[in-house]
Design a protein around this ligand. Structure first.
Ligand code: FES
Length: 69
């Protein structure tokens, strides 16, 4: 997942991935370019959508980074 990329590369993004991918936070919220959003193989699950609703600055192309594979 995108969260794995951040962790494995020791990218220091403050607070990113606080729940470690258990879909209980929205700190991994990312806004994708529309062309990239369209390329994702799967749509957001109901669980992801529920958590996205709590994300700051939600947009049409928002996803949780820990759910992007
Ligand atoms: Fe918490 Fe993605 S890391 S929802």
């Amino acid at each position: 997942s995108l969260l794995d990329v951040v962790v494995n590369n020791e990218l220091n993004i403050k607070g990113f991935g606080a729940c470690e991918g258990t879909v209980t936070c929205s700190t991994c919220h990312v806004i994708l370019k529309p062309e990239d959003f369209k390329k994702l193989p799967e749509e957001a699950s109901d669980e992801e959508r529920d958590m996205l609703d709590l994300a700051f600055g939600l947009s049409e192309t928002s996803r949780l980074g820990c759910q992007i594979i």
